[in-house]
Design a protein around this ligand. Sequence first.
Ligand code: ZN
Length: 138
Amino acid sequence: MDALRVEHIGIAVKNLEDSNALFKQLLGIEHYKVEEVASEYVNTSFFQVGESKIELLQATADSSAIAKFVEKRGEGIHHIAFEVEDIHASMQDLRENGFRLLNEAPKRGADNKLVCFVHPKTANGVLVELCQTIREEE
Ligand code: ZN
């Protein structure tokens, strides 16, 4: 699929404010934004670490995938996101190679991205996110 870099690592947390303070202490930097993704029932915050980011995710509803994750497995690493140049081409590539995608078409994610998730069952138990920066025309 031509992954360009690790764009971010997503970490599920119970309380975004508490975790923002914790990660500030841990990393020595402030988060640079907080953004709600209403369609996914999550509130997110981002820390820039070199060329990659840490994305903290807190559920805003019990039906949120993050709420279910935290309930089942506790707080922790939820997904790894790889940046791609062309998400449609990458999705097609992965499908042809037998990976199961969790969404048929790219969705709008946080931080001006089009995103798609790969089923962890087909990726060694890792929830993989593809993300592509939204260009002017999209
Ligand atoms: Zn993500």
